[in-house]
Design a protein around this ligand. Structure first.
Ligand code: C2O
Ligand code: CU
Ligand code: CU
Length: 456
């Protein structure tokens, strides 16, 4: 019975998301046209039971949205949840009106209402999408999905594999445990107790043997930080947060919440070989999933790992750049604050200000006002004993330096600041609008570590 319901739903979803859809009529229809429905759906996460998930199109993993660099993408979004929501397209440099932030860029999408997101993706790479409202619950219960923007000229990989991390907080009967506990929200975040990759516990993902494979790792969890390692298997980092980097051998890569990592590797020549993917904890390697080779693709040697073409991100002019400083601090207010009749915690601040939630239409002032087209340096200081993946919407910035490690400057949309770390980033303020600027540990953002900048 349960199985049939699940199949029915998957079939329906497959039809809804078959893409790119042939346009029904007019030539001005975007080529990549999707229907995305937010809805409650019970699905199995643990064996022999189901959990009351919040889903896109009744599925977990959520449908993978694929589009192409420079093409118009349209998502007709339908909210069938009993609560308001919005969808944000993480890492995409899009029009501000499409950024999916309630009150700041659009009104919330009410239960039963729809919203058409339509934009062009200037950059290729691995991105993701998620609501920007009731985030602890909506992301925590399953509303996270991959958004893949293919390069104009497809690089020569034999296989392209998504490895999406998302943990769950579940009781053994499949029901959810509280998704946030204040004592953890005030520290590293409340962790899940059921770890999944692509919705499965410790899955084995099939890859062809003797092939050149692209792995797209996405950290779509609310709180967990990974230290990605492939153990003894050689692999190259090819992109960080969708932005291509010169090929570099993977050792251990820290993958904070919201961050992505693209790897290229050559699979072994034989079928049936396991390639484990690990989260390194101190001296220990904890397996999170594996690849398993199927029949070899060829007898000769596989093609070299391609270098990805650079994305068209403007180079900041450091000699002219204006500097802004941001300090991320722990506020230490353990007593809930009452606002609009809601009691909530304010544990974290940016430049001494906490912003605890999107439930009010009264927006605070931006953390910075920037002039369109000018270059900026942001000096970031994490004055807390916890790591924070700091994310900026609508822009790609360059990481210049850190007082903790040697940085080869690279472009990204999220920087993972270690405890007490100071770092410098720079970018050209070339996208007008109000852009969220927050920690991606969802509880940190919901308890203060959030703000926005305005570019005009
Ligand atoms: Cu994944 Cu405000 O973003
Ligand atoms: Cu974002
Ligand atoms: Cu944080």
């Amino acid at each position: 019975m349960k199985r049939r319901r699940f199949l029915q739903h998957s079939l329906q979803a497959a039809v809804l998301t078959a893409s790119p859809q042939l346009s029904l009529s007019l030539s001005r229809q975007p080529q990549y046209d999707y229907i995305l429905t937010a809805e409650e759906q019970s699905l199995p996460v643990l064996p022999d039971t189901t959990s009351p998930l919040l889903t896109f199109n009744g599925q977990f993993p959520a449908p993978v949205i694929r589009t192409r660099q420079g093409e118009r993408l349209r998502i007709h979004f339908i909210n069938k949840l009993p609560q308001e929501t919005t969808i944000h397209w993480h890492g995409i440099r899009l029009d501000n009106a499409m950024d999916g932030v309630p009150y700041l860029t659009q009104p919330p999408v009410k239960p039963g209402a729809t919203f058409d997101y339509e934009f062009t993706c200037p950059d290729a790479g691995t991105f993701w999408y998620h609501p920007h409202m009731h985030s602890i619950e909506q992301l925590g219960r399953g509303m996270v999905g991959a958004l893949i923007v293919e390069e104009r000229n497809k690089p020569a990989f034999d296989a392209d594999v998504i490895v999406g991390f998302k943990d769950w907080r579940l009781n053994s009967d499949g029901s959810f445990m509280p998704l946030s506990e204040p004592r953890h929200a005030a520290r590293a975040g409340t962790l899940g107790n059921v770890a999944t990759v692509n919705g499965l516990q410790l899955p084995e993902i099939a890859v062809p043997a003797n092939a050149t494979v692209r792995l797209r790792l996405l950290n779509m969890d609310n709180s967990r930080q990974f230290a990605i390692s492939l153990g003894d298997t050689p692999a190259s980092v090819i992109a960080i947060d969708a932005m291509p980097v010169p090929l570099q051998a993977l050792d251990v890569h820290d993958l904070g919440v919201g961050m992505r990592l693209d790897l290229g590797l050559h699979t072994p020549t034989e079928a049936g070989v396991e390639i484990p993917i690990y989260d390194r904890k101190g001296r220990f390697l904890q397996k999170v999933c594996s690849l398993r080779t199927t029949a070899p693709l060829r007898s000769g040697s596989p093609p070299p790992i391609p270098t990805l073409p650079a994305n068209p991100v403007s180079e900041p002019d450091l000699s002219q750049a204006e500097t802004h400083r941001f300090v991320f601090e722990w506020a230490g207010a353990m007593t809930p604050v009452s606002k609009d009749g809601h009691a909530h915690h304010e544990f974290w601040t940016i430049n001494r200000r906490a912003w605890a939630g999107m439930h009010s239409a009264n927006l605070p002032e931006p953390l910075a006002q920037l002039s369109l087209g000018k270059s900026y340096i942001f000096e970031l200081h994490n004055a807390t004993p916890h790591g924070h993946p700091i994310h900026l919407h609508g822009l790609i910035f360059k990481v210049l330096s850190s007082d903790r490690k040697t940085i080869t400057p690279f472009f990204t949309d999220t920087i993972l600041l270690e405890k007490n770390e100071r770092a410098r980033i720079a970018f050209v303020a070339d996208n007008p609008g109000s852009w969220m600027y927050h920690c991606h540990v969802i509880e940190h953002m919901k308890t203060g570590l959030m703000g926005y900048i305005r570019i005009s």
